[in-house]
Ligand binder design. Structure first.
Ligand code: KG4
Ligand code: ZN
Length: 334
């Protein structure tokens, strides 16, 4: 089966071609530079950019996969969750292509695509797992009992972990998105220099909360603004904030894995690029004897390959395609 997949839920315009579980092409046009000026994603601008970039992104994906549009067996696009105007561009474009080709169309849940992204190109190795989806817009713990069967265990009750990286970074004067910059600066910082809170760490549930940590950094810098004039102190702040976020993510993921009795932990989403998270998850899983699958870095941030891979598996499993007059679902839940 050959599938054209489209992802436009936020600020990446992406198209991919997948065939029989393999990614033939995955083109991502990022709008990060455009939104950096505003310190966050501006929905109207994102939609206009998707509209402008989609035709060339789709064309490049088809050319890179060496296929003609008539080779396609199905078309997939992100249906939700996401920014309504941004989702609309890719979803409607996908429906239009499917209509023109008289092929099935399938709308895909963005979170669900992240959930299965650690298995891209290697579904043969799939095993039941506890999965951490962690990015700028979402922080979710899910229990994947078998392929296409999963249950949400917990999620953030306020800010997402990536949002916490980005907003605390902004308080330190770092450019948007601050996550990657904090990761780099933290390498030469002391993670114990500042003792920031670990929200909900001792709560027995599987939910997360990061807004208190952000507020704590805000008050700390309000009272000691001179810290930001010392480059080493900024590195220490980055390391300390990162340590607080990562400790909560790793501890709660491991606890859920232990409780559910699975032998495998997976992680996906943009924050899974974080080097401390990758290392600490690896160490914790090794200690407990769990298998760890983290999405390949190129599939951590938003991409259409994960949409296409999940679409293909759903269609192969006999899941009914999505009607061509069906709407986007900006608040779609996992
Ligand atoms: O999955 P993604 O591309 O988009 C959303 O669906 O949100 O994730 C983007 C998020 C941003 O918050 C960004 O700061 C964060 O992932 N991020 C990182 C790193 N790389 C990306 N956070 C911490 N360390 C990183 N290395
Ligand atoms: Zn995402």
């Amino acid at each position: 089966m050959t599938v054209l997949a489209i992802e436009t839920s936020c600020d990446e315009t992406s198209a991919a071609v997948v065939r029989n579980g393999m990614v033939l092409s995955n083109v991502v046009s990022s709008q990060v530079a455009l939104h950096a000026e505003y310190g966050g994603v501006v929905p109207e601008l994102a939609a206009r950019e998707h509209l402008k970039n989609f035709p060339s992104v789709a064309r490049t994906a088809a050319d890179a996969a060496n296929i003609a549009m008539t080779d396609l067996d199905a078309v997939a696009a992100t249906q939700g969750p996401g920014l309504p105007t941004a989702l609309l561009i890719g979803f409607r474009a996908g429906q239009a292509v499917a209509f023109a080709l008289e092929k099935p169309f399938i709308g895909i849940n963005h979170h669900e695509a992240h959930l299965y992204s650690p298995w891209i190109s290697d579904f043969a190795a799939f095993q039941p797992n506890v999965s951490l989806i962690v990015s700028g817009g979402h922080t979710i713990l899910a229990w994947v009992q078998s392929e296409l069967k999963h249950r949400v265990l917990g999620a953030t009750i306020d800010d997402a972990a990536g949002e916490c990286f980005d907003k605390t970074g902004k308080l330190m004067g770092l450019p948007y998105p601050a996550g990657p910059e904090i990761d780099t600066l933290a390498e030469q910082g002391n993670p114990k220099a500042f003792d920031f809170p670990r929200p909900l760490l001792n709560d027995p549930g599987d939910d997360f909360s990061f807004s208190g940590l952000k507020t704590s950094v805000r008050y700390y810098l309000r009272d000691k603004p001179q810290l930001l004039e010392d480059a080493q102190k900024v590195r220490d702040l980055c390391a300390s904030v990162q340590a607080a976020i990562v400790e909560v993510l790793v501890e709660k993921t491991m606890r859920a894995a232990g409780r559910t009795g699975v032998g495998c932990v997976t992680a996906s989403g943009g924050v899974t690029c974080n080097s401390a998270l990758r290392k600490q998850l690896a160490d914790a899983c090794q200690k407990k004897g769990f298998t760890l699958r983290m999405a390949d870095k190129k599939f951590c941030t938003d991409n259409a390959a994960m949409i296409g891979i999940l679409a293909e598996r759903k269609l192969a499993a006999g899941i009914t395609p999505t009607a061509l007059d069906e709407e986007i679902r900006p608040g779609m839940e996992l």
